[in-house]
Design a protein around this ligand. Structure first.
Ligand code: F6R
Ligand code: ZN
Length: 200
């Protein structure tokens, strides 16, 4: 009987580790990778482009959102995880959001666990032959897990008054395809009109 235990490639063996995450605050201790996205990277994403230019000019290109990660190889077999923190605010009346992306390996999924703040995970399918996409806004709040199935593009949107913080986990080989969302956009946008959330 041959062994079913795969041969270990000791050169590629990653050591187990732990990381301290404050689930109430939504912070990670000593991240290896900290990515900062400022408002200016969102040019072309919001409906009211002039309002975005005013925000950039008046507030000195403020931080829009950040991610914090521990180093994990971005390859099959690993799980990449981290925290995403999206600032509160509006561009015109449209709530602050992330760029959004499909995964390059389109058949990979992701989970988000809401830790702090209030918002949505906006998800859409690629357009069909008639150019139509399905679009779903799933609440992303504390104590709620959102499952992003394979093929769905995803973007988080902050509708609250404090940072929207979530923990995410996705397969290491997934990769990020921003280009298609840059051209397609999402069929729905989320606004705050006189203090009320409007999805249209
Ligand atoms: C990873 C993922 C999140 C986002 C993060 C920033 O697959 O979905 O880590 O990357 O919330 O948003 P984007 O990538 O849209 O700029
Ligand atoms: Zn993703």
């Amino acid at each position: 009987m041959g062994s079913h235990v795969p041969q270990l490639d000791l050169m590629r063996l990653v050591q187990p580790f732990g990381v301290t995450i404050d689930l109430a605050e939504g912070t990670m201790r000593s991240p290896d990778k900290h990515q900062v996205r400022r408002a200016s990277v969102m040019r072309g994403y919001y409906a009211d482009q002039e309002a975005l230019e005013r925000l950039i000019a008046e507030r000195g290109d403020p931080v829009h959102y950040e991610t914090f990660e521990k180093h994990v190889p971005e390859e099959y077999g690993h799980l990449v995880f981290g925290l995403t923190q999206l600032q509160p605010g509006v561009v015109g009346e449209e709530c602050f959001m992330t760029k959004g992306h499909y995964h390059t390996v389109a058949g990979t999924s992701e989970i988000y666990v809401g830790l702090r703040g209030q918002g949505y995970m906006l998800m859409k399918t690629p357009p069909d032959a008639q150019g139509r996409s399905q679009c779903v806004a799933e609440p992303l709040v504390r104590n709620r897990l959102v499952y992003v199935p394979p093929y769905w593009a995803h973007r988080s949107v902050n509708t609250g008054d404090e940072p929207l913080v979530a923990l995410y986990v996705y397969p290491g080989e997934a990769g990020h395809n921003y280009g298609d969302i840059e051209t397609e956009g999402f069929p729905k946008r989320i606004f705050k009109v006189q203090g009320r959330e409007v999805i249209r």
